[in-house]
Design a protein around this ligand. Structure first.
Ligand code: AMP
Length: 583
């Protein structure tokens, strides 16, 4: 997070990791197995003290979260015996996606959080090598923490970024004279997203001339920030002109910290106002922050949908997509940060976990068990599913991501992120899979019963043309009694029922983060899904095997559906959300 200090040491560390990748992996596995030999989980597989890869692979099964959920539930409920890890669980990292639709709780230890910080600390040294002048500038990175809860056993439950931003190393960085982050800790730690965003934006505007990079963790977050500026620039420039601070920001520590930034600067307010009041927001980022060298945000995977919009707002600045990580484990970095978004590859760092790779084509229902490949043995051009063994008690755990090998840095492979398995719809940190969409459609279609109407086909699409993006669900209806069609009010209620059916993360994005807009149902003419099939068949799909895609991404298909829309309906209110979660 500091641009100058320790850069050489960090780059040297990466170089050593890349040369000794296999030895590092071997040691990481041995350390994890030694440390956790007495856990209930590992004892159940009779490793008998072995720490070598061959024994490990022959005895320990490949698992998903659902397999571990009963054990994790016990840990969360307060059973402190060594179940998955011998080290005390200091927090649970919460994430999306169990088969029940509820969030995953990933145990995390102190050592684990140090590893995450170590990876995070490598970002600025790597980027600084390429971004000329970064050492003289500041980074306006919009960062947010979310409210934390506790498990029944009293252990804190946090998102992985909240954990990172609450760590002492992050908090103490502002004491470092080389610190380059614009956002004050108080604003990052404020869990009210309006107050946090307002304050970070205001600080960013005060630092207008010094900002050398603008970003957010994910592209969706950065676009939310631009949208925020669009809606709030008049109040922001008023504050700058008068040296005051919006009374809607009530958090006392945030207000107190702003006394360090606030000053009356009418010229700055005028300059910003002149840009914001224009109808055209093309290249607004460089017009507001003229010394910006790059945009720093994850742009791969589901975030790729935001590249055109980001290019528009940034005037085509390089987009640096630095980090690949998950709640279970941080994975690696992009060592070629200034490359084009389509060429981003991540280098997995061998000190973070023991990594294995399931060849993608072998993940079928064959008779022989799949052979997993070690980090240094993957082959260029091939696709693999990522399997991790972590410090905090996940052993041979399938992350659910498909990666393709694009090259090597010394012994270390570099991977293009291909996709997350099974996710249909995503706008922000939500991940809606086919079964959840199916249940939501079923629940909503109950409301049509009294109108003698059925949903005969449906598909969906994540519409991100307008920020915040929203889910669009196309419905083809069969009305058995056309004199009794469901009204707009009924169909709007169907939208809300679908939103109520989605998981906690969707509803959180919708209600708290406001990063997802109201769900929309587009009713299409009868026969539209037949036309969709005709189109797919004309492009080579087999009629025998054709299945209605439950999500469409191809433009011709979306255009076809849109050209047959007879009515559109939006969710009239926010779905229900509480911070409590059920394991
Ligand atoms: P979560 O556990 O909710 O933080 O989600 C982690 C997942 O987000 C990963 O397993 C990936 O599917 C996705 N993800 C994280 N970082 C990236 C990235 N840099 N590029 C593409 N997808 C990513």
């Amino acid at each position: 997070m500091a641009a100058n200090s320790n850069n050489g040491e960090a780059l040297q560390f990466i170089e050593e990791m890349s040369r000794n990748a296999d030895a590092v992996q071997k040691n990481v596995l041995a350390k994890i197995l030694t440390q956790n030999a007495e856990t209930e989980y590992l004892k159940g597989f009779n490793l008998n003290g072995a720490t070598d890869r061959e024994t490990f692979k022959s005895k320990i099964p490949i698992v998903t979260y659902d397999d571990l959920q009963p054990l994790i539930r016990r840990m969360a409920d307060g059973d402190s015996s060594p179940i998955l890890t011998t080290h005390p669980v200091s927090e649970f990292i919460v994430s999306t996606g169990t088969s029940s639709g509820e969030g995953k709780l990933i145990p995390s230890t102190k050592a684990d959080s140090n590893l995450r910080l170590r990876l995070f600390s490598l970002i600025m040294p790597v980027t600084g090598q390429y971004a000329q002048g970064l050492d003289k500038g500041k980074v306006l990175q919009f960062l947010f923490t979310k409210p934390e809860t506790k498990t029944k056993g009293g252990i804190p439950v946090r998102s992985s970024l909240t954990s990172l931003f609450k760590s002492d190393i992050f908090k103490n960085r502002s004491d470092n004279p080389d610190d380059v982050m614009v956002s004050p800790n108080e604003a990052v730690h404020c869990v009210d997203s309006f107050q946090s965003m307002y304050t970070q934006m205001l600080c960013g505007l005060y630092e207008r001339e010094n900002v050398a990079a603008v970003g957010a963790m994910f592209a969706s977050g950065l676009l939310m920030a631009i949208r925020f500026l669009q809606v709030n620039w008049q109040q922001l420039t008023h504050d700058i002109r008068t040296g005051s601070f919006n009374p809607k920001v009530t958090d006392t520590s945030v207000r107190e910290c702003m006394t360090r930034f606030a000053r009356s600067d009418p010229d700055l307010a005028d300059a910003i106002g002149q840009e914001c009041e224009k109808d055209n927001w093309d290249a607004i980022i460089t017009r507001i922050w003229p010394n910006t060298k790059y945009i720093g945000t994850v742009i791969t995977g589901s975030m790729a949908q935001y590249i055109p919009t980001l290019n528009y707002y940034s005037g085509g600045l390089p987009i640096v997509s630095m980090m690949y990580a998950s709640s279970e484990c941080y994975f690696g970095l992009n060592l070629n940060p200034m490359c084009k978004p389509s060429e981003v590859s991540y280098t997995l760092m061998p000190f973070l976990a023991y990594f294995e790779f399931l060849p993608h084509e072998s993940n079928s229902h064959g008779l022989t068990p799949p052979q997993l490949v070690d980090l240094v043995d993957v082959e260029i051009g091939k696709e693999y599913e990522l399997v991790v063994t972590t410090n905090s008690g996940l052993y041979r755990y399938q992350i659910g991501d498909v990666l393709r090998v694009t090259g090597f840095r010394n012994k270390l492979p570099q991977f293009e992120f291909i996709r997350r398995k099974n996710v249909l719809l995503t706008i922000d940190s939500d991940k809606t899979r086919e079964p959840e969409l199916q249940v939501a459609v079923e629940n909503a279609s109950q409301l049509l019963r009294e109108f003698n109407t059925n949903v005969v086909e449906y598909t969906s699409y994540a519409d991100t043309k307008i920020i915040p993006g929203h889910y669009v669900i196309y419905w083809e209806l069969m009305e058995k009694d056309p004199t009794k069609s469901p009204s707009d009010e009924v169909l709007s209620q169907c939208c809300l029922t679908m939103e109520e059916s989605f998981d906690q993360q969707y509803r959180r994005c919708r209600v708290v983060d406001k990063s997802i807009g109201p769900l929309e149902i587009r009713v299409v003419k009868n026969g539209t899904f037949q036309e969709l099939m005709d189109y797919a068949v004309s492009k080579g799909a087999s009629i025998n095997q054709y299945k209605v895609p439950r999500c469409v991404t191809s433009k011709p298909m979306i255009d076809l559906l849109d050209s047959r829309v007879v009515s559109t309906h939006f969710s009239p209110s926010l779905p229900h959300w509480t911070s409590e979660r059920r394991l």
